[in-house]
Design a protein around this ligand. Structure first.
Ligand code: B12
Length: 152
């Protein structure tokens, strides 16, 4: 584990996390992250929760250091689409992370509507799935199918 990787909270300090959970660079909300961590732990994952307002570079560094099987990006402040688009481009630019499963979800835009064009652009840029605010059951099923370890 890279010692420079900080985190808001982790399931077990001695276990490599299967999931890296992060807020976006502009997003100060925290309870979304706490809730998602509990959901992920309930289905058996170990979680490194980087917390809110995480710079893109720290997400990249954390992914390279921890090599999680799944990266979960959460945003509710309405800037998630733009922040998320920028973040996935930076992540996918690293060949080591080209195959890592990365999903995003929450309240990604300000109109509160699921926008098909937005989902298409986020997936075209590299997200494996885009989850709407209310799609926790679908997310739970998806995360339960994700293996504990990244395939190297
Ligand atoms: C508390 C709060 C704050 C607090 C946050 C304190 C903290 N430490 O977290 C403070 C006061 C700091 C704050 C600030 C702001 N907030 Co605020 N905030 C809220 C509020 C009232 C509750 C959020 C909360 O904690 N919910 C509880 C958690 C558990 O639920 P959740 O956040 O909805 O997350 C769930 C789902 O969204 C979903 N989900 C989230 N991410 C993901 C990811 C995946 C993969 C999946 C599957 C699901 C998922 O699952 C989560 C768990 O159930 C909401 C309104 C509301 N009632 O939701 C507004 C709200 C989120 N805030 C909003 C806004 C606009 C702001 C500000 C921009 C206001 C301003 N002008 O300054 C700033 C942004 C600051 C920033 N830099 O991000 C808007 C966002 C609008 C939008 N997206 O369209 C909301 C919706 C209020 C509103 N109706 O306008 N806020």
């Amino acid at each position: 584990m890279n010692s420079s990787v900080g985190s808001m909270n982790s399931s077990r300090v001695d276990a490599a996390p299967s999931v890296l959970l992060t807020g976006t660079s502009s997003d100060a909300h925290t309870w979304n992250l706490v809730h998602l961590q509990l959901v992920l732990e309930e289905i058996g994952h170990t979680v490194a929760n980087l917390g809110p307002c995480v710079p893109d570079e720290l997400v990249v560094e954390s992914c390279l250091g921890l090599r999680p099987a799944l990266v979960v990006v959460s945003s509710v402040n309405g800037h998630g689409f733009n922040d998320g688009l920028r973040l996935i481009r930076v992540l996918r630019a690293r060949p080591e992370l080209a195959g890592t499963t990365v999903v995003i979800g929450g309240k990604l835009v300000t109109d509160g509507l699921r926008n098909v064009g937005m989902v298409r652009r986020l997936t075209a840029a590299g997200y494996d799935r885009v989850f709407d605010d209310g799609e926790l059951p679908a997310f739970r099923t998806f995360a339960a199918r994700t293996p504990d370890r990244a395939v190297s």
